[in-house]
Design a protein around this ligand. Structure first.
Ligand code: ADP
Ligand code: MG
Length: 615
């Protein structure tokens, strides 16, 4: 009896502040969101000592009158929603009505705000949640919010703040996110009185990325061809194949203008980049997803970092497709770089223009004559459709896979296999370190890693052939009955059809139990139960566009790696020529199946810069 008390408002605010205000960066985030919601076109953020001693955000937005300004400091006071139904229709960044009172309860706080058509504004000073003064102020129209001595009344919390530099970099990251999310708003960031960056309002995201990250960063990106599917639109920029980071730090994703973290999106990206990124690497993205507010729940996390999609499978599918399409469209750019006219040569050519290279004339690398053409090459280069394939039937120890065909030498002259109309225009200059093919194209120098290039070619071919043939399934003599944790069970039930396509014969066998009758042939058979568990993690990201050979791709990649030409393998000119043509015909020519680059273009511009001919 008598043990329960209502918390005083002040304490309740501090409790709420615990969720919303974690560090200076979270204050900055909330304040910028308020400014954007108030339609500001210019936002200036200043911090001192990492934000611990001062955070100030000034905007030229709508401002407030005195009554509203006072109300804005009350908990759960907001102009952005009215009813419970509005929660399903949120079009603003804020809606919780918690930020200002929370910030004011853990700092020495001041807000000065003025409506644009009013002669004077209002200034309210709050100390640790208690209003100190309310008076008229003469600020420009808009709103200024200042939070000094953050957590001065919560020493335990203050101790959790990291070094000034660390806090400042978190603040800067927040600013960066908001600035990317809203290119039409101008941002200024001042740290300890020096301007760190200024980003003028711009109509295009590309300009904003350039302003914040530099031209070079922009050049590593591809623009997604914007598209709508139903009420969902996807646009933005993503990193080119092979360009990646070891963390997700540069994976920025916005849903209705709000930077978010979300597993569905991450899975979609991972799937879209499949074989275009190295394992454990993450793509760079500036992805913008716009959708009906009713289809996404933003009321999941106090800091509004997370969202829940009503139809996550659809979103994942759309993202994966957008990424795939964008990466494949980049091939056009590469192809174009190989179609322009080459600079004409006045003196006798030191190098050999491959287009006119007669197949049986003197080889480019005389030594290569001593070698017979690599068998594997020809086996894979001229597959016959009727041929039979088996890929490493489950055990790694098994000998090299049986060839696709075994008719020996490279068949026919190069011209026969490359239609003239499509022939690319490049000139092979030589081979560096018996690995890198040096070529000249319209844009400058191209370096090709001969092993990686051949891997990509063989990978795509072998995968296509196997796909056509259907995934071989090996029936188990004794079916396995396997208990599965509830969350995996549900997922597996939903995806039984997809799994069957991939060579798994799986069916539910009572609640929480699966029966496995068969597994893909290339799957390790020694512990199918463990394999299925692993499978669930591996396949969380699958979409309708996922190759049905997904589970065999590792094996295919290993197989082609063994068969691909290696560093030190000397190639004849015809072989190089064929290699480049075949590479350019791939879906993703610019990276090997493990996501490493196959070609690097060093343009004239870059060379001129390096030689100091241009700045
Ligand atoms: P929320 O943003 O969730 O509504 P806040 O506590 O952040 O809650 O802000 C409370 C209210 O104060 C907002 O709904 C808005 O009406 C007003 N407000 C806050 N910041 C600004 C600003 N910079 N300009 C104009 N109005 C603001
Ligand atoms: Mg807010």
């Amino acid at each position: 009896m008598g043990r329960i008390f209502l918390l005083p408002d002040e304490v309740a605010s501090q409790v709420a502040a615990g969720e919303v205000v974690e560090r200076p960066a979270s204050v900055v985030k909330e304040l910028i969101e308020n400014s954007i919601d108030a339609d500001a076109s210019r936002i200036e953020v200043a911090i001192a000592r990492g934000g611990a001693s001062l955070i100030r955000v000034v905007d030229n937005g709508a401002g407030m009158d005195r009554d509203d300004a006072l109300l804005s400091l009350e908990r759960h006071a907001t102009s952005k929603i009215r009813t419970g139904q509005d929660l399903a229709q949120i079009r603003t960044l804020g809606f919780r009505g918690e930020a200002l009172p929370s910030i004011a309860s853990v700092s020495r706080f001041r807000i000065a705000t003025r409506l644009s058509d009013s002669v004077e504004g209002t200034e309210i000073v709050v100390n640790g949640g208690k209003i100190d003064s309310v008076k008229a102020s003469g600020e420009a129209p808009g709103t200024l919010v200042e939070a000094k001595s953050l957590f001065f009344n919560l020493p335990a919390r203050r101790k959790f703040l990291r070094s000034e530099n660390t806090e400042a970099s978190h603040v800067q990251h927040q600013l960066f996110l908001q600035a990317i999310g809203h290119p039409n708003v101008g941002f200024v960031f001042v740290r300890d009185q020096s301007v760190i960056f200024q980003a003028p309002p711009s109509a295009h995201l590309a300009d904003r990325i350039r302003d914040l990250r530099g031209q070079q960063a922009l050049e590593q990106l591809l623009e997604i061809d914007p598209f709508m599917s139903g009420t969902v639109s996807i646009r933005g920029f993503i990193g080119k194949a092979g360009i990646s980071r070891s963390t997700r730090a540069d994976q920025t994703v916005f849903v209705n203008g709000r930077p978010i973290e979300n597993l569905t999106v991450q899975h979609g990206l991972r799937e879209g980049y499949h074989t275009a990124l190295m394992k454990g690497q993450y793509a760079l993205t500036f992805l913008f997803i716009e959708m009906e507010p009713a289809d996404v729940d933003v009321n999941v996390h106090p800091a509004k970092r997370e969202v829940r999609f009503r139809d996550p499978d659809h979103i994942r599918e759309l993202i994966a497709n957008a990424v795939r399409r964008t990466l494949q469209a980049d091939r056009v750019r590469w192809t174009q770089a190989f179609q322009g006219p080459l600079p004409s040569q006045s003196s006798p050519p030191a190098a050999i223009a491959v287009k006119v290279f007669p197949p049986e004339s003197r080889p480019l690398f005389p030594l290569a004559e001593q070698y017979a053409l690599r068998k594997d090459w020809s086996e894979f280069s001229s597959p016959s459709p009727s041929s039979e394939i088996s890929i490493g039937s489950g055990s790694e120890q098994s000998a090299a896979p049986r060839p696709i065909s075994s008719d020996g030498e490279l068949t026919g002259p190069v011209e026969a296999s490359v239609p003239k109309a499509q022939s690319e225009s490049f000139r092979i200059l030589g081979v560096l370190g018996r690995l890198y093919i040096l070529m000249e194209n319209e844009e400058g120098l191209v370096l090709v890693d001969q092993h990686a290039a051949h891997e990509r070619i063989l990978f795509e071919r072998l995968r296509a052939q196997l796909e056509q043939a259907g995934v071989p399934c090996q029936r188990l003599l004794i079916p396995i009955v396997l208990p599965v944790p509830p969350k995996d069970f549900d997922w597996l039930l939903l995806h039984v059809a997809a799994l069957q396509k991939m060579g798994f014969l799986i069916e539910p066998f009572g609640e929480g139990t699966l029966k496995i009758d068969g597994i893909p042939q290339f799957f390790r058979a020694d512990d199918p139960a463990a394999a299925v568990r692993q499978l669930v993690d591996e396949l969380r990201s699958i979409t309708q566009g996922t190759s049905r050979l997904r589970l065999g791709e590792d094996v295919i990649a290993k197989t082609v790696c063994r068969h691909a030409i290696k560093a030190n393998d000397e190639l004849r000119a015809v072989e190089i020529d064929q290699l480049i043509h075949d590479l350019l015909a791939c879906d993703l020519p610019y990276c090997c199946p493990h996501g490493r680059p196959t070609m690097i273009q060093i343009g004239y511009h870059e060379l001129e810069k390096k030689f100091g001919r241009k700045v």
